[in-house]
Design a binder for this molecule. Structure first.
Ligand code: H2P
Length: 832
């Protein structure tokens, strides 16, 4: 089933190359062919969405040629392959970036025009695959882009969820969740591979036996079996031949089971089995959900990890003469957070039970193969599974985890004799609040490299959450600051800036983002400044049109655009942003003569359906917005818009339109952030805390081009240790008291004093993320922002410096570091 090395190209293949030419004529022929043979609709009924599918298929054909060449090159030359295991890939719309990567944007536009179609209209038809919650899934997608662009052989492995992250609607200010039927109209990018299929067990028991050589062995007898089928999506690199692949697994019933039931006459039982199996890849779980659905989530994780590892071993088997012992020389497997960490136990099972390696050898292979990236320090987000449930679901894996733990704790004992507390802290089995399996510990113990995602985050990881592990194996830890792809978030999202950059510093910056530094000499040049502002204004007008269309709210593109988009979470502190807005509202109402620099506040983001306070925060934003936008005393200075259904598609309109980027999480809580980088590249200035990658953004941009405020991570900890009393901050600050009063007294909710009460009470009584402790400093920083905005040339200079110094935050830099320091994978150019 694995694509083996193919021989020289056949005459058919040679012909197919001309069929997949890159000129407008060949592309037009490709579209026409697909309209006829793949879509099969009468010409009179063709609409833009049909042209979208036909063009997507024609583009995919061209990528497939590159894909075949890439596989052949890396397999023939025996190169090592990166396998990125992630429960989420938030890929976003594919057509636009694929055209960019292949260098055929203009050719496709011409081809469509000849067929009477408009490229932008056709692009807008794409339904984006929302197979991720936020930053973590989008990071995985950026990394696939950079791996291909840097010509590193790579496979992304994940889950083909039938329903991705829910679609968000806003009704009466509340979030309403709608299922995301992204596959309904078909997905032209994927290729189903029913022959690439593996069995995955579940439940049952393990059986001890002696093999032919009289060695004690264990085999797992699963109580249930399902089947995973591969769906491949090609991942094209920019301006190179390399085309990698994203393999997503879909769950199905095992045919023979269904057949057996059918033969005994129980047809409905057979169908039901199919239905049950398919639920495994039915839906993506939102972040921050309490307990619900845990068992199915564990099965999802195990399912995709098992299919992926079996696939990898299968590829090894297919490579003549390559033993499973060569696994770490041929494959580097990265665990994106703890979601795929069951892979450590599953690889041990495959090697020891199925391939019959002895434990020590299998363990050495496992540790050499895996790397683990941690994405969060929040205790509630570090996965643990109740032991009883784990045992029932994966009994053999629990035995293996016990054995890993026994040997591991012996090692700890030898290094730290007599330190019982340390053993308890480090064990793979947690004892507090009922026994659990600690997945972060399993991932850490099973990996030769462990990394955080920003300098501060890695340091905190080493000194808090994983401190004991860092003391045992300091050499295994390292930092890999996140990055984002400039292809999507600069070139595609900001065509005006792309053109200006090409004209000013010449081509080449898109794959060498440090070259943006060449903009610095133009930072004070009045002509360039004017061009820069024109681009920004165009982007703001574009977003304003979108906002008007989707919310009815009118934003003036000459105002300061102050934007916060990300998942809604207390630690990200959207409510701190709202306190600033309400403060301005209050000041304007108090003093009819007051004037302020006009601002448009834009929010976007989804709340987990079961996260009560996050949903109230959405209501709060919309309630304040409704009042502000309709009050003539204030709407000359303030507007507030909540963009519904924040996703990759509208993100591409939002980042380039920002003047100010809100990165205001409680210090020590945001592991990195990646939106902060997308804003910076597009010339926004940041108002932010010393949290996550903000620290590095400020270092790069220069402190004079960044609005810093708030307690540091150390200070936050100190305040908590001393016993934080939020009410003290209210008592000491009459303006803050008035602002909370307005939120609680029904001013924004038509007199209803209950709706927003939970938000106010939470802040006043508990405030776990120190919103009130940072309020005064935040207001002061916002005043610095307003003062800076008043000086248009000064602001423009700062904006230019931010873009110019954003090179570090390209995912190309991040991926080059992973390749050098963790994966040991070099470039493998595929001949053109
Ligand atoms: C998470 C972290 C971010 C980080 C991202 C990628 C889980 O994303 O919280 O700080 O940048 O992973 O490493 P998010 O909150 O956006 O869902």
């Amino acid at each position: 089933s694995a694509s083996g090395p193919s021989s020289e190209s056949t005459p058919e293949q040679t012909r197919s190359h001309s069929r997949t030419g890159m000129d407008p004529d060949s592309i037009r022929r490709g579209i026409v062919d697909h309209l006829r043979y793949s879509i099969g609709r009468p010409a009179a009924t063709l609409r833009p969405e049909h042209y979208y599918r036909a063009l997507a298929l024609a583009v995919r054909d061209r990528m497939q040629d590159n894909r075949v060449a890439s596989t052949r090159t890396s397999l023939e030359l025996g190169h090592k392959v990166v396998c990125y295991f992630s429960a989420e890939f938030l890929m976003g719309p594919q057509l636009g970036v694929n055209l960019l990567d292949l260098g055929i944007e203009a050719a496709a536009a011409t081809a469509l025009a000849e067929l009477g179609q408009d490229l932008d209209e056709v692009l807008a038809c794409e339904e984006e695959p929302g197979l991720g919650n936020g930053g973590l899934g989008r990071l995985a997608a950026c990394y696939l882009d950079s791996l291909a662009t840097l010509e590193r052989p790579a496979i992304g492995y994940g889950i083909r969820y039938e329903y991705g992250i829910f679609d968000q609607e806003i009704r009466d200010g509340w979030q309403v969740e709608k299922t995301d039927n992204w596959l309904v109209a078909g997905n032209p990018w994927e290729i189903a591979k029913p022959d690439v299929s593996y069995r995955v067990g579940w439940r049952g028991y393990s059986e001890h036996y002696r093999d032919a050589g009289d060695v004690d062995r264990v085999r797992w007898v699963p109580g249930r079996v399902l089947r995973g089928v591969a769906y491949d999506t090609p991942v094209q690199g920019y301006d190179v031949r390399t085309c990698n692949v994203l393999t997503l697994w879909s769950a199905h019933a095992v045919d023979s089971f269904a057949l057996a039931a059918f033969n005994t006459g129980d047809y409905y039982k057979a169908v039901e089995d199919e239905v049950n199996s398919e639920t495994v890849t039915k839906v993506l779980y939102p972040n921050d959900e309490p307990e619900a659905g845990k068992r199915l989530r564990l099965l999802q994780q195990y399912f995709f990890v098992s299919c992926s590892l079996q696939h990898i071993l299968h590829i090894l088997d297919d490579l003549a003469g390559t033993s499973v012992r060569a696994l770490p020389e041929r494959f580097a497997v990265q665990l994106n957070d703890t979601h795929p960490s069951i892979a450590v136990a599953e690889l041990m099972r495959l090697l020891v039970d199925e391939r019959r390696l002895d434990w020590d050898e299998a363990w050495a292979i496992t540790v050499a193969t895996f790397g683990y990236t941690n994405h969060t320090l929040l205790p509630e987000a570090l996965e643990t599974w109740p032991l009883a449930m784990f045992d029932e679901s994966l009994p053999r894996h629990l035995e293996i985890i016990y054995e890993i733990n026994r040997r591991f704790l012996d090692e700890v004992r030898a290094a730290f004799p007599g330190d019982e507390a340390r053993l308890r802290r480090m064990s793979l089995i947690g004892e507090e609040g009922g026994k659990t399996v600690r997945m972060a510990h399993l991932a850490t113990v099973g990996s030769h490299a462990i990394n955080g995602v920003a300098a501060l985050h890695t340091e905190l990881l080493e000194h808090s959450v994983l401190a004991d592990f860092y003391q045992l194996w300091p050499e295994r830890f390292g930092n890999k600051t996140n990055g984002v792809t400039p292809r999507r978030f600069l070139a595609r999202a900001n065509p005006g800036l792309r053109e200006l950059l090409d004209a000013t510093i010449g081509p080449g910056w898109l794959t060498d983002l440090d070259r943006l530094r060449e903009l610095e000499p133009f930072a004070d040049d009045p002509t360039f400044q004017r061009q820069w502002r024109e681009v920004k204004r165009g982007n703001k007008a574009r977003l304003a049109r979108y906002v008007h269309e989707h919310t009815g709210i009118e934003l003036n593109p000459d105002w300061l655009f102050d934007i916060q988009v990300k998942r809604i979470h207390e630690y990200k502190r959207q409510h701190l942003n709202v306190l600033h807005i309400v403060t301005l509202y209050h000041r304007l109402k108090q003093d009819p003569d007051a004037t302020i620099a006009p601002r448009a506040f834009v929010f976007g983001g989804k709340a987990a359906p079961g996260y009560f306070l996050a949903k109230r925060i959405i209501k709060l934003i919309n309630a304040v917005g409704e009042r502000v936008n309709n009050d003539p005393d204030v709407n000359r200075f303030l507007r507030v818009a909540f963009v519904p259904n924040f996703n990759v598609q509208n993100a591409e309109l939002i980042y380039p339109a920002a003047d100010l980027s809100e990165q205001i999480s409680t210090a020590g809580k945001e592991a990195s952030g990646t939106g902060n980088m997308k804003f910076m590249m597009n010339g926004a200035l940041t108002i932010g805390t010393l949290d996550g990658a903000n620290v590095e953004i400020r270092d790069e941009a220069g402190p004079e081009n960044f609005f810093l405020f708030g307690r540091t991570a150390d200070e936050v900890e100190q305040i908590k240790r001393d016993g934080y009393r939020p009410a003290d901050y209210v008592d000491g600050n009459p303006e803050l008291a008035a602002v909370l009063g307005l939120i609680g007294d029904g001013t924004f909710t038509h007199g209803d004093t209950e709706v927003l009460r939970p938000v106010v009470d939470n802040l006043y009584r508990d405030d776990p993320f120190l919103v009130l402790a940072d309020y005064a400093a935040y207001l002061e920083a916002q005043e610095r922002v307003s003062a800076a905005w008043a000086d248009s040339a000064g602001w423009t200079r700062m904006s230019i410096y931010n873009s110019a110094r954003s090179g570090k935050f390209s995912s190309d830099r991040a991926i080059a570091e992973y390749c050098d320091d963790i994966w040991d994978v070099g470039p493998v150019p595929v001949p053109k």
